[in-house]
Structures are given as structure tokens and as C-alpha cells.
Design a protein around this ligand. Structure first.
Ligand code: SPV
Ligand code: MG
Length: 297
């Protein structure tokens, strides 16, 4: 699953061949110039998600942080995601407002019972929606045993999958967790700090889904920074140590040719039609519950 942070990255990831996407909380925050600490409100996140869902057919799993509040905020958030065509949500067992898992901060967890209530509320609000439960027990230094207990409770509360997060530099503690997991639900990992682990290692450990949450935005950061600094230096563009996408490629990616075709189809009325009064008998159309007829007002 590819991490994306806006509609443009969602288009690029699905063009590259990813069949499902992760709307990264860190990425969306960064794209808005904010910290990954619930500085963006849930409605600002929803505004960011709408064009992302609109621009790709790939299902999007939304990083729902800790649910934007209590169980009630979480279920309202889920309902809003369903309406906007998102495919699923991942909630984590941190206290709201959360801190990014890699930030030097207190990583306070809520009690398993409280988080289970949030999951149950979300499940009841959207019975067919994909809900991933993420435990931050390893991030908070609580150890494997608590992580396993929490994961089991979250399955009981209705989670479709368990995300075990870690900030370790190697995959050891995640693999240790995977080895002890009861397998009642698929396991999801996010190798942001242990990203050089070969994919086969995860496969052999029984991991079902790997989320590359922030590699693309970090690559974009380097490329954009390099380009801006180079442009400012007034060195010739040809000396830039990076190949730029041709402008044509950008227009093609955004399907400008469809607009040209649509202009031909819809851009002007066939001559003569504008002033012709309809002589047809009164008609009415019913759309949903709304009836519109052509009687004069
Ligand atoms: C995110 O993408 O916002 C995540 C994953 O939560 S990570 O940044 O690796 O914590
Ligand atoms: Mg996040």
C-alpha cells in the first residue's frame, strides 16, 4: 500500500500500479504545513480526502489517528468517510490529541476498554466499512505482551485487521509480535524506520499488508528542495542533478486531452437550438424524491 498525501500523489501512486493507498496523517499534515499532532481538524482532513478519492479508483485506507476525539467523534468521522467514498479507516490507541509516533513526545495510550468502545462505535456506524485497529503499545514502550493483549481486545471489538507499529531501527520486535500473533485477523506493518527490511521477511512472518507510508513524500521533499536551491543559485537548469518531468507528462497525467474532447461534445450548442421554444406538452421528471415539472411558475 502506497502512502499518499494529496490528490496528485494519489494519482501518481495509482498510475505506478499500487492497487490501494494509505492517506497518511503525517503526509496530509505536512502538505498543509502542519505538524502530525491533530493540528488539522477532522473537517480539514475530510476536505483533503475528497479530491484524493475523486482522482483515483484505488481504495484508500485513511489514517484516522486516534479518531479525532472520543467514540462519538470517531463514528462521525467514519460516517463522513463512507459518504465521501473512502474505503477504510485506521484508528490508533493513542490519547487525543496524538503525537507522531517518531516524535520525541509522551505517547500516552488510552485504556484498551476505551479504545475498544471507539472501535465498536465505528463498527456500528458503518458495518461494512474496513476498520483497522493500530496499537501503539510498542511505540509507548509497553512491550509485546501488552501489544498482544490490546490487539486481541481490538479484534473482539470488531477490527478487520491489526496494525502493529514500531519505531525500532530493525524489524525484530515487529517480527517477534507477528510470531506470537494468534492470526485471527490480518497483520499490517508500517516499515518507516525499519524500511530496509526485505519484503520476503514480512511475507515469511505472515504479515498481510505493508504500508510504505512516507517514502514518497520524503523523496518529493529532497527533489523539490534540490530544485528550489538550484534555481535560486542561478546555475543553468541543465546542471540540475535531477531529471524534470516534461510539461507534456504533467498535462497527460491530469488528462487534459479529455477536456479537449469534452469541449467538442459539450462546449457549444448546435446552432439554432438556443432560441427555439419547446412546444412539447407539460412533462415532469422525478429524481429521487424531487419532482420537477415544466408548468410555468
Ligand atoms: C502516517 O503515515 O501518518 C502514519 C505512519 O501514521 S507513520 O508516519 O510511519 O507513523
Ligand atoms: Mg499517522
Amino acid at each position: 500500500m502506497a502512502g499518499v498525501h494529496d490528490a496528485f500523489s494519489a494519482i501518481l501512486a495509482s498510475h505506478a500500479g499500487f492497487q490501494c493507498l494509505w492517506a497518511s496523517g503525517l503526509g496530509m499534515s505536512a502538505a498543509a504545513g502542519r505538524r502530525d499532532a491533530n493540528e488539522l481538524s477532522s473537517s480539514q482532513i475530510l476536505d483533503q480526502l475528497e479530491p484524493m478519492a475523486d482522482c483515483t479508483d484505488a481504495p484508500i485506507l485513511v489514517d484516522g489517528d486516534s479518531g479525532h476525539g472520543d467514540f462519538n467523534n470517531a463514528r462521525l468521522f467514519v460516517r463522513a468517510l463512507v459518504k465521501r467514498g473512502l474505503a477504510g479507516v485506521c484508528f490508533e490507541d493513542k490519547r487525543f490529541p496524538k503525537r507522531n509516533s517518531f516524535a520525541d513526545a509522551e505517547h500516552e495510550l488510552v485504556a484498551p476498554g476505551e479504545f475498544s468502545g471507539k472501535l465498536r462505535a465505528a463498527r456500528d456506524a458503518a458495518p461494512d466499512f474496513c476498520i483497522v485497529a493500530r496499537t501503539e503499545a510498542l511505540i509507548a514502550g509497553r512491550g509485546k505482551s501488552e501489544a498482544l493483549d490490546r490487539a486481541a481486545a481490538y479484534v473482539e471489538a470488531g477490527a478487520d485487521a491489526i496494525l502493529i507499529h514500531s519505531k525500532a531501527r530493525d524489524a525484530e520486535e515487529v517480527l517477534d509480535f507477528a510470531g506470537a500473533w494468534n492470526g485471527l485477523r490480518p497483520l499490517v506493518v508500517v516499515p518507516s524506520t525499519y524500511e530496509h527490511t526485505p519484503m520476503s521477511v514480512f511475507q515469511n512472518a505472515g504479515v498481510s499488508l505493508v504500508i510504505w507510508a512516507n517514502q514518497a513524500i520524503r523523496a518529493a521533499m529532497v527533489a523539490m528542495d534540490l530544485t528550489y536551491r538550484h534555481l535560486l543559485s542561478s546555475k543553468p537548469l541543465a546542471a540540475l542533478d535531477l531529471e524534470l518531468a516534461p510539461l507534456d507528462a504533467l498535462l497527460t497525467l491530469l488528462n487534459h486531452s479529455e477536456l479537449r474532447e469534452a469541449e467538442v461534445a459539450y462546449g457549444s450548442w448546435p446552432s439554432g437550438i438556443i432560441n427555439r421554444r419547446s412546444t412539447a406538452a407539460a412533462v415532469s421528471s422525478t429524481i429521487g424524491g424531487l419532482k420537477i415539472d415544466n408548468d410555468p411558475i
